[in-house]
Design a protein around this ligand. Structure first.
Ligand SMILES: Cc1ncc(COP(=O)(O)O)c(C=O)c1O
Length: 378
């Protein structure tokens, strides 16, 4: 079965079921810790009586204002449409991109496992450029990007902070990309769903504020990770007017509009999740990252400290070299009591010997995993 007809949902499910059956700590799935549930409950309750009718297709005005403000003065509410989660934002971004930039898309490999299916849905071919891994971490292969652009690719699908590696694009690489994309009349679709989870001091989420590219970049994001509200199904797409107009037509025919109580609640979450709260959440995640990273490297896994996101990619060869990724994940769940995600779902083929561990779970779960890593007889 091809990668786009069989998404990785079944692998997540298989690993989670196995994890529950053997009593493992489940670091396979990426569902974020419910840090915000009380705030979400309060916010939704405030707006329950705002009605059950259709809402504006482009999104509730207050929410669009709140989203634009989150990006800074360069963004205006007219640059934003509200969607059903980052998944729909990406779908309508790619549909809009196809009309203007043609049928060839390239994404970074490894990639979020829904990308090939989303490209197919939009009628795009799916090509990849590698994120390279070495002892100092993951780096963008700018020469490989230049090559695919020279060969006719006009849509680059980037994800920063990156799932599964935790790589975050730096200002210099972004600057180079801006020049390349302008030179080749191409577009960047930027999946920033982990935007507020950047731990490295020298990396920033304000790429467009500092280096421009407003006319050639569509940004997809959501409340899913921003507020640990994956089931609220609210996302947004930010971009230039002519592309947003096309995206809006796609959105109108897909989910059409989102429930008003949830949109108003999300606008309120932006207001109450002021900078101090955001920083506290980010620092909490940074600590969980450090605890898991220490546990994995002490056990012998080879990993790069992620600059952002919710995951650590670990090269398991020093622990056990003879298994493919899926077999290692199964074996390690049984042997160490820690479930991880096989990396195959994030590659078109030829996946390296790595598995993905999530630190989005609670601190207690991360500490338990670290404890098990220290004791594991592997
Ligand atoms: C990189 C990336 N993009 C998009 C999504 C989907 O986000 P949403 O749940 O808002 O559709 C995820 C979810 O894990 C993700 O990791």
């Amino acid at each position: 079965m091809s990668k786009d007809t069989k998404p990785s949902a079944s692998v997540y499910q298989m690993m989670s079921e196995l994890s529950a059956r053997v009593g493992a700590v489940n670091l396979a799935q990426g569902i974020p810790e419910a840090l915000n549930d009380e705030r979400i409950k309060e916010a939704v309750a405030l707006f329950l009586d705002t009605g059950g009718q259709y809402t504006p297709i482009e999104g509730d005005a207050e929410l669009r204002r709140a989203i634009a403000a989150d990006y800074g003065p360069w963004a205006s509410p007219e640059d934003v449409i509200v969607t059903s989660g980052c998944t729909e934002s990406l779908a309508v971004a790619l549909i809009a991109a196809r009309g203007r930039f043609g049928e060839r898309l390239a994404a970074l490999e490894p990639f979020y496992s829904y990308y090939p299916g989303l490209a197919r849905l939009a009628g795009l071919s799916f090509e990849t450029v590698p994120l390279r891994f070495n002892s100092s971490g993951f780096t963008l292969d700018l020469e490989a990007i230049a090559r695919v652009l020279r060969a006719g690719v006009r849509i680059l699908l980037l994800n920063s902070p990156h799932n599964p590696s935790g790589w975050v694009i730096g200002q210099d690489a972004w600057h180079e990309l801006v020049l390349m994309v302008e030179r080749h009349d191409a577009l960047i679709v930027l999946d920033e769903v982990y935007r507020h989870f950047i731990y490295a001091e020298n990396k920033s989420c304000d790429l467009l504020a500092s280096t421009g590219l407003h006319g050639r970049c569509l940004i997809a994001n959501a409340v899913s990770k921003t507020f640990a509200a994956t089931g609220m199904r609210l996302g947004w797409l930010l971009g230039p007017p002519e592309l947003l107009r096309e995206a809006l037509i796609g959105h109108m025919h897909l989910s059409n509009c989102q429930p008003r109580p949830l949109q108003r609640a999300a606008a309120r979450l932006f207001a109450v999740n002021e900078v101090t709260w955001r920083c506290a959440v980010r620092d909490h995640y940074r600590t969980k990252r450090d605890v898991l990273f220490h546990g994995l490297t002490e056990r012998g896994f080879r990993c790069a400290l992620p600059d952002g996101g919710h995951f650590i990619l670990a090269d398991y060869r020093p622990v056990r070299d003879d298994l493919c990724s899926q077999d290692f994940a199964l074996w390690f769940t049984h042997t160490a009591g820690i479930a991880s995600m096989p990396i195959d779902a994030f590659y078109l083929g030829g996946a390296p010997k790595m598995v993905r561990f999530s630190f989005a779970v609670s601190m207690a779960a991360v500490e338990q995993a670290a404890h098990r890593l220290a004791r594991a007889l592997v």
